[in-house]
Design a protein around this ligand. Structure first.
Ligand code: AMP
Length: 388
């Protein structure tokens, strides 16, 4: 069964998804706003369009007539996905899920109000006055984020009254999308944050991967590790919440469901209806299938009987140090590659920006190896590689 897949967004996660798809004999058209994006380098065909332009999306859907549409990013004219679903195209995981998760307000209200999941206290604001009132209500410290944003863009923490104006300005100029509105969340003093990769299947049970721990800076992931040790009670709560929210959003595929683990309990934070960047640790062979293979199988309706932990692993990101329009060069690969039980993935992005994620270093060993050792090793490997 060869299916034609239209991949909307062709970054590093899309690239690994295409590799998984090609290994199972599928046909992929990779779309992005710029040419030679990572996933386009391994796909059958490519399209370069502005994915926020609904007419452009309609045009490529009409040309390629895909069986499946797989969004890899949030910056898409997502309302159009409902039309494609009506035309009989399988939207992954579903048009509803993609629409809800591209806006923090929709997903937060669904999780907290409709499903009753525990989240940080929150309020919205669309003017500076509303913002000041919301900060007062929620209390300092609080976290401010544009409603339409990801990867920490426009996000900041208000630690004192003096931060209020800056946080507002930063959030309202850094966001994506048409309207200015921000969410103000109570700061959760978590001891760990995790991604619980959850797979919903066409036929078969929902499955959970062993939890992935991660550390963020500037709202962006720096390192992740699997398994992340958490108490059985917290794991049960997280799985229960992940099942509830993915069921409400409907559809099939893998989801990265994010939680904060704190003394007061487990907080639902947000979720991606697709492979998660912190899940790149599964490229270290930590599971019987990596997150991209799981996603592919789930969307094709190939039943996954069980997800098993095969190794302990850690990932650390390789970042660019500056902005350059030139094709980047990588040094230190030989030295990095000489470390036993490790691997490196270079994404193949055609240019750099400061802090742009260019690759990932992976370290692994048998289950039971202290995770701190693997985290340290992954970081050392990442540090050996210089992008210039
Ligand atoms: P997000 O884009 O919402 O996933 O936020 C990015 C990162 O910022 C999270 O992974 C956390 O490390 C941090 N963060 C976000 N919201 C909160 C919060 N309410 N309390 C504490 N840290 C947060």
């Amino acid at each position: 069964m060869t299916k034609k897949i239209l991949l909307l967004g062709s970054g590093e996660l899309g690239k690994e998804f295409v590799i998984a798809a090609k290994r199972l004999g599928q046909y992929v058209v990779a779309v992005d706003s710029y040419n030679d994006a990572p996933a386009q380098q391994v796909a059958d065909e490519r399209e370069v369009i502005n994915m926020l332009d609904g007419n452009e999306l309609d045009r490529v859907v009409a040309i390629h007539k895909p069986d499946l549409i797989v969004p890899e990013i949030e910056a898409i004219r997502t309302e159009r996905l409902y039309d494609y679903e009506k035309q009989g195209i399988q939207v992954v995981p579903s048009a509803r899920a993609v629409n809800y998760t591209m806006n923090r307000k929709a997903i937060r209200d669904l999780a907290a109000k409709e499903l009753g999941l525990k989240t940080a206290p929150y309020q919205y604001a669309s003017t500076l006055d509303e913002f000041k009132t919301a900060v007062k209500n929620i209390g300092i410290p609080c976290v401010v984020k544009p409603l339409m944003s990801s990867s920490g863009k426009g996000q900041s923490v208000v630690k004192s009254d003096g931060d209020i104006d800056n946080a507002w300005n930063y959030a309202t100029t850094g966001g994506r999308g048409d309207h200015v509105e921000v969410i103000i969340e109570g700061f959760v003093n978590f001891f760990t944050e995790i991604t619980l990769l959850t797979v919903t299947q066409i036929s078969g049970n929902s499955l959970f991967c062993p939890p992935i721990g991660h550390r963020q800076e500037r709202g962006d992931y720096q390192e992740s590790w699997q398994p992340c040790e958490i108490s059985p009670e917290y794991l049960k709560q997280a799985q229960h919440m992940a099942a509830k929210v993915t069921e409400a959003l409907t559809g099939f595929g893998i989801w990265g469901v994010e939680f904060f683990l704190a003394k007061e309990g487990v907080y639902f934070s947000e979720l991606s209806p697709r492979p998660h960047d912190t899940g790149m640790v599964t490229l270290a062979g930590t599971q019987n299938f990596n997150e991209f293979e799981l996603h592919l199988r789930a969307v094709l309706g190939i039943e996954i009987p069980k997800i098993t932990l095969e190794r302990a692993g850690a990932s650390a990101v390789i970042l660019a140090g500056d902005n350059s329009p030139e094709q980047p060069k990588y040094s230190g690969l030989e030295s990095a590659a000489s470390v036993p039980r490790s691997d490196i993935k270079i994404f193949g992005k055609p240019n750099t920006r400061n802090y742009r994620r260019m690759g990932v270093a992976l370290a692994y060993d048998s289950v039971g190896t202290p995770i701190d050792e693997l985290r340290k090793k992954a970081k050392e490997i990442a540090d050996k590689i210089k992008v210039n």
